[in-house]
Design a binder for this molecule. Sequence first.
Ligand code: CA
Ligand code: CA
Length: 162
Amino acid sequence: MQYKRYNKGFTLVEVLIAVILVGLAVTALLTASGSFTMANGAGADLSTAEFLAEQIRELTALLPVVDPQSETDVFGPEEGGLSDYDDLDDFDGASFSPPISAGRAVLNNFAAFTQQVVVENVSAGNFEQVVGDHTSPFVRVTVRVFLNGSEISSAGWVRALY
Ligand SMILES: [Ca+2]
Ligand SMILES: [Ca+2]
């Protein structure tokens, strides 16, 4: 007798359990795709930050480590502003917000980002050790990239004077 009842279809309890299971599965899927979207957004910001640090690297790559005229007399900018910067240490302490491109163009599309540049001399035997300005032939450049005031990426590299 009882097996006939099963053949007639699903009981209310079975349907309710199925509905709950489907609901749980959908919730899990939505949660997973939500965190995926958030991770994707953070990834895009990080890619932008790396791109912006790379702009500074490209911009300064062809500049001499010290000023062509004053050489090691001055550490920092001898000239007025960004368009006149012609050596690496001119960029020490510079902060660009909106950030700039390798061609020194203002990148208004990335106005929420800031590039901060630090240029320091480091010991020939240990690039982690900062020494006095112009007292070693090695210079370390650090670019920190901020998004809305929070640092999200940084890049550093070392250049040699000779
Ligand atoms: Ca200069
Ligand atoms: Ca300089």
